[in-house]
Ligand binder design. Structure first.
Ligand code: HEM
Length: 431
């Protein structure tokens, strides 16, 4: 569909085009979760409260301290100093961002006496790594699971993993933790108050993990890879990162305090913002699906009308319709870190097709009522990860001539794309 006509789907009243029916069915089949009346309203309410505005200040802090625990725990300890570590860039980025995001949302191990905080931090590192290991197995089964085409063995494995997550993330286990985010806590409490069985609340916890952790890690990989493949982008982002740190009087040095990054500091990074937006334009490909609840006409921007019937489904795929439209985004297959910057260096929002301004010029987060409520937190997660990588690590591709890996098209429609293969890199702490 022509992106100028997207509004006719995205803004249509729920009585005509409904997102809920399809989503409800999918979460039942894939996550075994049966929603409550008003479920979506609570999801929106608590996401707005905790993942945006003042709530985002708290979440950004939590993310920062968990990223530091995972990435910098050996900083200054003398361990592995100056030693290069080899890894897959996808595995590394997804692992770190998934685990830090999980700990920021689901809380930390409560320190016990006499072991104390360091032991609890170590337990966070180990437990989150185990969770990620199992999550990746489920993640890989996910496209076929969602399409309902798993083989018998895969089906059994998916069932085993689902039960494992219900257990690992159970309300009982999570409630013993410190620093649980308001996002997780409020959503669990409202369901408990409304009489949802605890076993169903456990299932909901897994749904929250999935929605919050399945996309940001893969996006962190693409972002870092694009930067490594485009020296001019890396140079511009590095200059911005250094400037933000300088302006807040922070310096990374041996024996010095770890840098802090607040939500407010992350509001002053137009170059990195544009780089993130460009990365998502090229690598986030959700499908927006709506069920048609009554016979109706869909009006296109050029005046045409399509009659659609009750029972039909309408789906938008912005990736081909607008992300890769050469009229809206010239040379669309090329990564241009400053595509979303004006000549004055501020965020660019003017994009045109047929001489008309396009409102929905990229849609990595979907749009309308189901638009991702985690988008500000996710963007901050990505930016914090890049800040720490650039400030504390030397890193390089093992083979600088290695081509960009292809996108695994089996995941088209599910949000952030994953590569068909990993790419080798090495990294080491700078100090
Ligand atoms: C780069 C990272 C992310 C991407 C690309 C992304 C993308 C999306 C998209 C496309 C949707 C809409 C799906 C639809 O229309 O049905 C969505 C929904 C959602 N996302 Fe995200 N997301 C990301 C990160 C996050 C994070 C970090 C959180 C939470 C902390 C989150 C929480 C949610 C929730 C709760 C929904 C369901 C919203 C609803 O049904 O109203 N997402 N996300």
């Amino acid at each position: 569909m022509d992106p100028l006509s997207f509004g006719s789907v995205v803004k249509e009243a729920r009585a005509k085009l409904d997102f809920n029916k399809f989503a409800k069915h999918l979460v039942q089949r894939v996550f075994g979760y049966y929603s409550l009346e008003g479920d979506h309203k609570f999801l929106q309410m608590y996401s707005n409260k905790h993942l945006m505005g003042d709530g985002l200040v708290v979440m950004t802090q939590a993310m920062m301290s968990n990223l530091q625990n995972l990435m910098l725990h050996s900083f200054g300890s003398g361990d592995d100093q100056n030693g290069w570590q080899d890894d897959g860039l996808f595995k590394y980025s997804y692992n770190i961002v998934f685990r830090a995001g999980y700990l920021a949302l689901f809380g930390n191990k409560t320190p016990t006496q006499p072991e104390g905080l360091e032991k609890a931090k170590e337990a966070d590192r180990l437990e989150s790594d185990e969770l990620f290991y199992e999550f990746r197995k489920y993640d890989q089964l996910f496209p076929n699971l969602a399409y309902g085409v798993l083989g018998p063995n895969e089906k059994m494995e998916a069932e085993r993993l689902k039960r494992l997550f219900w257990n690992m993330l159970s309300v009982q286990k999570v409630s013993t933790r410190d620093n649980i985010s308001g996002w997780v806590l409020d959503q669990q409490q409202v369901r408990a108050e409304r009489g949802m069985e605890e076993s169903m609340q456990d299932r909901f916890m897994f749904l929250l993990l999935w929605a919050s952790q399945g996309n940001t890690g893969p996006s962190a990989f693409w972002l870092l890879l694009f930067l490594m493949k485009h020296p001019e982008a890396m140079k511009a982002v590095r200059a911005e990162v250094e400037q933000v740190l300088r302006e807040t009087g922070q310096e990374v040095k041996r024996g010095g305090p770890l840098i802090d990054l607040t939500r407010d500091m992350l509001l002053k990074t137009p170059v990195l913002d544009s780089t993130v937006e460009e990365t998502l334009r090229l690598t986030a490909a959700p499908v927006l699906t709506r069920a048609v609840l009554q016979d109706m006409a869909l009006k296109m921007a050029d005046g045409r009308e399509y009659s659609i019937r009750k029972g039909d489904r309408v789906a938008l795929f912005p990736y081909t319709a607008v992300h890769m439209d050469p009229e809206v985004h010239p040379d669309p297959a090329t990564f241009k870190y400053d595509r979303f910057l004006t000549s004055d260096g501020v965020r660019k929002t003017d994009f045109y097709k047929n001489g008309r301004k396009v409102k929905y010029y990229t849609m990595p987060w979907g749009a309308g009522v189901t638009m991702c409520p985690g988008r500000f937190f996710a963007t901050n997660e990505l930016k914090q990860f890049i800040f720490l990588m650039l400030s504390y690590f030397d890193f390089e591709l093992k083979d600088p001539d290695d081509k960009m890996p292809d996108i695994d098209v089996r995941r088209w429609g599910f949000g952030s794309m994953q590569p068909t293969r990993d790419i080798s890199f090495r990294y080491r702490l700078k100090f």
